[in-house]
Ligand binder design. Structure first.
Ligand code: ADP
Ligand code: MG
Length: 233
């Protein structure tokens, strides 16, 4: 069965960006781990959908008007059962920033194992083409400004060097009694995004900006729990 290309779908619908679900489908097409998820429209559907997912779950609003879901009260983590989920949808729908926005639905997904939050990004330079970026910090990435960039395509060695460049590289090695996270999983994800046959090279004409924030990395692996892609004009 041919994979449905989320970029062609978005183009056909005249959208200028991929929503979170489409973005995650694109990542999955390139072998990057994403949480198992479903999109639902209301509290009852959300509660009913719990049966096919393994708790704890996360609920997120999906809206073209809301870029930073947490700021709008549009992310609720740690939901343990159908009652929690139903209540979370109702509470979210009542938030002022959400009540007044166009809502495409709610994404209900499994939680990634706890770990270090990285950001993996991409952008298209008019001169050099796609660039790939990795940084530490997840939600704090702007504050920490600890990032490394390379021109695509990157090799395994480039990916390794990008990680060594980070000021907070020690965090990945398990500083202060924390367990080390899988460096291999980060390198692998960077190659799937920025490598020769990676996402950014493959879709160089279509992707203006890519933002995986965060990629949660633990001992077990790396999971992209948020994704946003802006398409070229
Ligand atoms: P936004 O960046 O739009 O505020 P995110 O989807 O990045 O929303 O979610 C905010 C935070 O919630 C993430 O940085 C992460 O800490 C946590 N989170 C979101 N989804 C998951 C998930 N599936 N598993 C674990 N943590 C999650
Ligand atoms: Mg995010």
């Amino acid at each position: 069965m041919a994979l449905v290309d989320p970029i062609s779908e978005a183009r056909a619908a005249k959208r200028t960006a991929l929503d979170e679900l489409a973005g995650k489908r694109l990542l999955a097409n390139f072998g990057i781990s994403v949480p198992k998820s479903v999109i639902v429209q209301d509290a009852d559907a959300a509660a009913a959908a719990c049966g096919n997912l393994k708790p704890p779950l996360v609920l997120k609003v999906v809206s073209p008007d809301i870029l930073h879901k947490s700021d709008a009260g549009g992310v609720k983590v740690g939901l343990e059962n159908a009652a929690d989920v139903g209540e979370a949808v109702r509470a979210m729908m009542g938030r002022p920033a959400i009540e007044n926005a166009r809502i495409d639905g709610f994404l209900l997904e499994e939680m990634a194992p706890a770990g270090v939050e990285l950001v993996v990004g991409g952008l298209r330079d008019p001169q050099f083409g796609p660039l790939v970026m990795v940084g530490l910090g997840g939600v704090f990435v702007e504050m920490l400004a600890d990032v490394a960039f390379r021109i695509c395509p990157i090799t395994r060695l480039d990916a390794e060097e990008m990680l060594d460049e980070l000021k907070g590289a020690a965090l990945l090695r398990g500083a202060r009694g924390r367990t080390a996270v899988s460096r291999e999983a980060i390198v692998d994800a960077l190659l799937k995004v920025g490598g020769e046959r990676g996402l950014l090279m493959t879709h160089a004409e279509d992707i203006a900006e890519a933002d995986i924030n965060p990629l949660i990395v633990s001992e077990q692996g790396a999971v992209a729990v948020d994704a946003r892609f802006v398409l070229t004009r």
